[in-house]
Design a binder for this molecule. Structure first.
Ligand SMILES: NC(=O)c1ccc[n+]([C@@H]2O[C@H](COP(=O)([O-])OP(=O)(O)OC[C@H]3O[C@@H](n4cnc5c(N)ncnc54)[C@H](O)[C@@H]3O)[C@@H](O)[C@H]2O)c1
Length: 377
């Protein structure tokens, strides 16, 4: 078959077949942290013919073993921490599915062992950790991708296509965030020792990624941030979890980005309001409104609207939603990671971009503490 015909036909192959064609060997995968999100990693890896989960680790005794049993991962060797697993296994790649405060140490250790890493979002907790991760990534030459699966949503891709088409003209103001009226999670999300940050690390990083990715991830220059925890710490709203709640349940910030764009950001796990507003991208030729959702998880909540002028009249163009399978995004996240390993290609969600996401979050924490605007280095 000619190269051209092969290229045409390969378009119609299922994504998993493409990966196998590129390599021929099964990649050996380890899962670090076998909590809630690890399930989607395990299920997705199981669906890939070119990868198999061979090891799992969790700090809680027996948790990794139970996880493997529950999700039908047979013959998987289980370990009491990421270190034991990486010291004793010869892995190709790991998924880091731990709570935020151990993202950096697990990722750096894996990279030092010469293992590719798919790291759950947020990248980590502080900018300092982000720099340490990037240093280890560069030194190792291994692939590192951050687990922002909304990137693979066709509607999210459309936002970027619209901005890149020039339809908005020059973008100068962005309002983003999203939030919940009552939606405080529990578990490891609400304590500094495990979550490190609260609503920003859980859902705020999605809002930031949505708009920053659309406009090409300009560098953040200054941040004036605010954080509060009026609901999480109140037993009336948060029951017995209030006693251990010590992260933010609401954050807002005004951020100046390179290129003259300002970013107005708010995120909420709980407040006396249905939504802190839709995402809006204002440009010199047009503006885009992206509806929020009740339970913000990073994907548009309804059809987007483009506001522009045509022949002197103000017009509104509704951009229909592209239907998709939410669970398919988790599959795509894993698939894109494996494909990049096979091809030696670019990281699907690179740290060079997500560093700026992390700098904004860390900047909000610092600015809120100081009570003034700060410059980001
Ligand atoms: N992409 C998504 O849609 C999505 C959704 C939910 C959570 N997340 C992210 O996934 C991460 C985990 O969230 P979760 O809800 O699964 O948390 P979780 O608390 O349910 O699970 C985390 C597990 O990691 C283990 N762990 C921590 N440090 C470890 C180490 N050094 N070695 C081995 N195990 C270790 C803990 O014991 C725990 O069992 C968070 O960073 C969160 O932001 C992403």
């Amino acid at each position: 078959m000619s190269k051209k015909a092969d290229e045409v036909l390969s378009q119609f192959k299922k994504p998993e077949e493409k990966g196998v064609t590129q390599s021929g060997k099964k990649l050996k995968i380890g899962i670090i942290g076998t909590g809630w999100i690890a399930e989607s990693h395990a299920q997705s890896f199981k669906a890939m013919p070119d990868a198999e989960v061979v090891a799992a680790a969790d700090l809680i005794p027996g948790k990794a073993e139970k996880f493997c049993q529950d999700w039908g991962l047979e013959g998987v060797r289980c370990y009491p921490s990421h270190k034991e697993m990486l010291d004793n296994e010869n892995l190709d790649a790991v998924s880091v599915c731990t709570y935020n405060t151990t993202h950096a140490e697990c990722t750096i250790y894996a990279l030092e062992k010469g293992v590719h890493v798919l790291l759950e979002k947020p990248m980590c907790v502080t900018t300092e950790e982000a720099h340490a991760i990037i240093k280890a990534e560069k030194k190792s030459g291994k692939l590192l991708s951050i687990g922002f699966q909304p990137r693979f949503d066709a509607n999210m891709k459309k936002i970027k296509e619209i901005v890149e088409s020039g339809a908005l003209g020059q973008v100068y103001y962005i309002q983003t965030g999203g939030g919940r009226r009552r939606g405080i999670p529990g578990g490891t999300f609400i304590e500094k020792s495990t979550g490190g940050i609260g609503a920003m690390g859980d859902i705020g990083c999605y809002s930031l990624d949505m708009v920053l990715n659309a406009v090409g991830y300009p560098k953040p220059l200054t941040v004036s941030g605010y954080m509060s925890a009026h609901f999480g710490t109140n037993p009336m709203y948060n029951g017995k979890d209030a006693a251990r709640f010590d992260v933010e349940d609401f954050a807002a910030a005004f951020i100046r980005l390179e290129g003259g764009i300002v970013l107005d950001f708010r995120i909420s796990w709980a407040m006396h309001l249905d939504t802190p507003g839709d995402t809006v991208i204002l440009g010199t030729k047009a503006a885009l409104r992206i509806p929020s959702t009740d339970c913000w998880n990073g994907s548009p909540g309804g059809p987007m609207t483009l506001y522009s002028d045509m022949a002197g009249s103000q017009v509104e163009t509704v951009i229909p939603m592209i239907e998709g399978d939410f669970n398919g995004l988790f599959y795509d996240k894993i698939r894109s990671f494996l494909d990049a390993i096979h091809t030696g290609g670019e990281s699907p969600v690179p740290t060079s971009q997500i560093l700026y996401n992390q700098m904004i979050i860390d900047g909000i924490v610092m600015s809120a503490k100081l009570g003034r605007e700060i410059e980001l280095g």
